[in-house]
Design a protein around this ligand. Sequence first.
Ligand SMILES: Cc1cc2nc3c(=O)[nH]c(=O)nc-3n(C[C@H](O)[C@H](O)[C@H](O)COP(=O)(O)OP(=O)(O)OC[C@H]3O[C@@H](n4cnc5c(N)ncnc54)[C@H](O)[C@@H]3O)c2cc1C
Length: 493
Amino acid sequence: MRSPSFVEALAVGSLITPTAWAATIPTESYSPSGNNVSVHLDGFPHPNPTKSYWQDPPHRITNLRSTPDLPTDQLFDYVIIGSGVTGAATAFKLLSRNPDLSVLMLEARTAASGASGRNGGHCKTGGYKKIKQWVDLYGEDEALKIGKLEQDCVSDVRDFVHRYNVSSGWRDVETADLYYTQDEFEKAAAVVEFQDELRRRRPDHAPQNNARTVFRGQEARDHWRWPEISGAVTYAGHTQNPYLTVCAMLELSLEKGLNLQTNTMALQLTQVSGPSDTKWEVKTDRGTVKGSKVVLATNGFTPALHPGFAATRFLEPVRNQATAVRPAADTSQNPVFRRSQGYSDFPGASGDYVTVRQPGDAGAGTVVYGGGQGLSPTGERNLTDDSVVDGRIAAYLRGVGRVTYGHRHWGEAAAAPAADWTGIVCRTPDGLPVVGAVPREAGLWAAVCMNGHGMAWAFRSAEALVEMMVEGAAPAWFPEPFRADRAWKGGRH
Ligand SMILES: Cc1cc2nc3c(=O)[nH]c(=O)nc-3n(C[C@H](O)[C@H](O)[C@H](O)COP(=O)(O)OP(=O)(O)OC[C@H]3O[C@@H](n4cnc5c(N)ncnc54)[C@H](O)[C@@H]3O)c2cc1C
């Protein structure tokens, strides 16, 4: 019997299997934004990125320059390069400790225009599923520090949003890691047993408030109501408009004296040694600024700016893609859309994830699907151009909801697309962030490469970085495997 075409697969009322559906995805690529015509310095942020769903409408600080002219005469205590969650949290934490500090932030494009303004909207402890791997690699103490940092980071972001009354649609939701193959599900279930045992045996060190529940087979399908899954691991998660959360961090830092210069690209870093101390000059496309300390919060664009990091080949930029769609069915009363999820072992998927705008949010009922890199022959690796989207991935992300949720929940007709966008993340071979002093370059610091998980790594990584810069040592809770100098040691900490 003939397989359904892609369009038929989306329109037909019957349920088709994930594998049959994936085989129908068209292979041609297209660029709906069509805006990749501006000059793009290789590896640096593209001047004309796609617009994410979250960035519409743009925030009031989007093009802010705190002073109309670039302050080239002043020696700043800190120059932070990058206005994503990492740079914003660093500025916020520095100025919260000491409002007398002078802090300058350079941002190549608009405020929070990197991955932080264009992600999937999840803030959750999804990394903790790697705990067994971390124990094997780093020992139990360091592995637990990584797990604890992730949990504390998510809690800190939640507390920040509540404390400052940030209107970014923050929601506490039930989330799940979903599995399509029995093999992957059984591995995940074994990890949950491992986590439970650690929590009992090391109550003072293991994260305590992210308990997992395992659902198998039909029990999983009944609970989660996704028709094809083999199993589910559920826990507490959060969804938000990440762009608005990060812009709030920037605005609060501005109130404390941050000088933000958007649309200002850092091009070169030069260490200048004086008689008593060292300072840095940062050449930009608008002039040269000076800082006693410079912080790289430049994520996947770091190797372009810092040849030393580039030479380590430890940081790899990877392009991620997401789509916002409105299902044809009315999702407002359907509890299946009150949750979020992630899954990997589905045809075309590679760490895919789904969040939903909740009743009361702008765009309520809109579903954000991210992932699909499994459809790209290169896995979208080593790409820094977020001005275009991959057509195959867009088609997949727009249509996959009908298969994953099932047509009864999703509706019979195709969903209406609201936006397709890309963003650049940064990966390391060990999957962990790179945080700390840049070796042999006094005064140069980095918090980069959050491995596509920045909402759960960055706020706490910034806290640790600030403590290192201000106190001269990392806090006791900081995991050694995050240390920046491992990039120069082939990944060993
Ligand atoms: C599609 C997508 C979905 C994602 N989904 C999730 C998710 O659901 N949950 C989650 O936790 N994480 C997710 N991530 C990852 C998360 O967004 C990132 O880990 C996080 O935002 C990284 O924050 P950052 O501040 O380190 O980097 P960025 O937000 O990328 O900020 C770096 C900034 O530095 C600027 N910059 C770089 N070089 C220069 C220069 N030379 N001069 C001046 N400025 C410069 C850039 O323009 C950019 O604004 C996703 C990412 C993408 C792209």
